[in-house]
Design a binder for this molecule. Structure first.
Ligand SMILES: NC(=O)c1ccc[n+]([C@@H]2O[C@H](COP(=O)([O-])OP(=O)(O)OC[C@H]3O[C@@H](n4cnc5c(N)ncnc54)[C@H](OP(=O)(O)O)[C@@H]3O)[C@@H](O)[C@H]2O)c1
Length: 240
């Protein structure tokens, strides 16, 4: 259950700063209104982004939930997210990601927040003991022109809510960003920065296992210098 927020009279209406920034900032569309989806939605809204969220339920039910947990975030259908948003964020349980309209994500930057978590997901044959990171398998399920970027997955939702700091703050937590397309990684890095984390490019999707639950940065509050050192050490060990 996602913690609630105080209702405001402008609940679920685009806020003034979102509208002001909508011309210069990408619109965010999040699949999933659970713990991680709502945490990211709140941060993006607070940073001035326009944010739409969809669940597998009706838009009315999603709206009712969002009014309670993330006032100002706009409920949408899964289909509408594809036309409303520039950056799509997948924050549904991994076992359900194939329910999303993956083929219609062509041309989008798609952020993969998901982890393979057998206690929640059960055993998923595609992902169980896979020799490739889960994001590589997800990229293969998307059209070629969808640019998948993995980030946000290695912090818990409570960390995402508690740890944001402004750019330049000495105690800023780093978020690793893995992706194959440099422009997409750069765009996502700006989003990560705006949301209060130090963006740290972490190589291609084939190296994104370092961000996964068994990887060296998962769940850890690290600054950029420590995270870079840990990722480099891990890379050297794998290469040896
Ligand atoms: N929890 C964390 O702290 C955290 C942090 C980082 C990453 N993650 C990862 O993020 C993913 C989601 O975790 P979570 O804890 O946020 O899950 P959660 O709290 O269970 O929420 C999942 C959300 O996805 C929605 N959903 C499920 N199937 C859907 C579909 N086909 N279309 C649209 N929406 C759908 C659910 O709503 P309906 O069922 O009503 O559609 C629900 O709103 C997992 O892979 C997890 O490992 C979690």
């Amino acid at each position: 259950m996602v913690p609630s927020r105080t209702l405001s009279p402008t609940a679920n209406l685009p806020q003034e700063n979102s509208t002001m920034n909508s011309a210069s900032r990408p619109v965010i569309g999040i699949f999933g209104a659970g713990k991680s989806g709502v945490a990211i939605a709140r941060l993006a809204l607070d940073a001035g982004y326009t944010v739409h969220v969809a669940t597998s339920g009706t838009v009315e039910d999603t709206d009712q939930l969002l009014r309670f947990v993330a006032p100002g975030v706009i409920a949408a259908t899964v289909r509408d997210l594809l036309t409303l948003a520039d950056i799509l964020i997948i924050a549904v349980p991994l076992r359900r990601f194939r329910e999303l309209p993956l083929h219609a994500m062509a041309g989008h930057i798609v952020i993969d927040v998901m982890n393979y978590w057998p206690p929640i997901d059960g055993t998923l044959p595609d992902f169980n003991n896979a020799e490739r990171p889960s994001s590589v398998i997800i990229q293969e399920a998307l059209p070629d022109t969808a640019q998948l970027v993995k980030t946000f997955n290695h912090l818990g939702y409570h960390q995402m809510e508690d740890l944001p700091r402004p750019t330049g703050a000495p105690d800023r937590t780093a978020l690793a960003i893995a992706g194959d397309d440099a422009d997409a990684v750069e765009t996502v890095a700006r989003l990560v920065d705006d949301l209060g984390f130090e963006p740290l490019p972490a190589g291609p999707l084939t190296a994104s296992d370092r961000l996964e639950p068994d990887g060296p940065v998962f769940g850890r509050q690290l600054d950029a210098m420590d995270m870079r050192r840990i990722l480099q050490t891990d890379h050297s060990e794998q290469a040896a």
